[in-house]
Design a protein around this ligand. Structure first.
Ligand SMILES: [Zn+2]
Length: 182
């Protein structure tokens, strides 16, 4: 407990010593700013580094450049411009908005590609190619953040559950096989 308190204290000190990046001062991220700020501070929490967001541009669009009518956002690796589909954003919950912005920043700033790993029906990454992660995000937020910034998935308790289930099924199969041979 003492260790945890000291650690938290240290984290707070580090956070307060951090200088406020200038790109937030002109409101250039508009209503995306709270989500960008939260991504930025989580990035700092996991890596100890500040994101170079000076070149980031964000805007609403009525449709994706790809022409896909199922896309909710996109990030151009080269220009570092994020487009968010306005119609989807307007009806999205706060968690869905977080996932969209984190996912796109994950592409452009963490250089992450898509990750389709699942535990049962639960995606194990914000970088899952669809917004399905939203169904599980609220209950597993810290696990998803850790995965995004470190690539780890072993922290997901549901993964442990499904691994145990798979092992159990495997040993059940063996029993059955042995039984059949008798
Ligand atoms: Zn994507």
């Amino acid at each position: 407990m003492i260790f945890i308190l000291i650690f938290l204290n240290l984290s707070c000190e580090l956070e307060s010593q951090r200088s406020r990046p200038s790109y937030y001062s002109n409101g250039k991220f508009g209503e995306f700013e709270p989500y960008v700020r939260s991504f930025d501070s989580n990035y700092y929490r996991y890596t100890g580094k500040t994101l170079p967001l000076d070149n980031l541009e964000m805007e609403f669009a009525d449709s994706a450049s790809s022409g896909s009518d199922r896309a909710v956002g996109e990030c151009n690796y080269r220009t570092r411009k994020i487009k968010v589909i306005r119609k989807y954003w307007q009806s999205a919950s706060s968690n869905e908005r977080t996932i969209i912005i984190y996912h796109e920043l994950g592409h452009c700033y963490l250089r992450r590609g898509h990750k389709s790993d699942k535990s049962g029906s639960m995606p194990l990454s914000i970088m899952y190619p669809t917004i399905k992660t939203n169904n599980f995000f609220q209950d597993n937020k810290q696990d998803y953040l850790e995965e995004l910034f470190t690539g780890n998935t072993s922290q997901f308790s549901s993964l442990v559950y499904h691994q145990q289930l798979a092992l159990k099924e495997e040993s059940d199969d063996k029993d059955e096989e042995t039984f059949c041979r008798h």
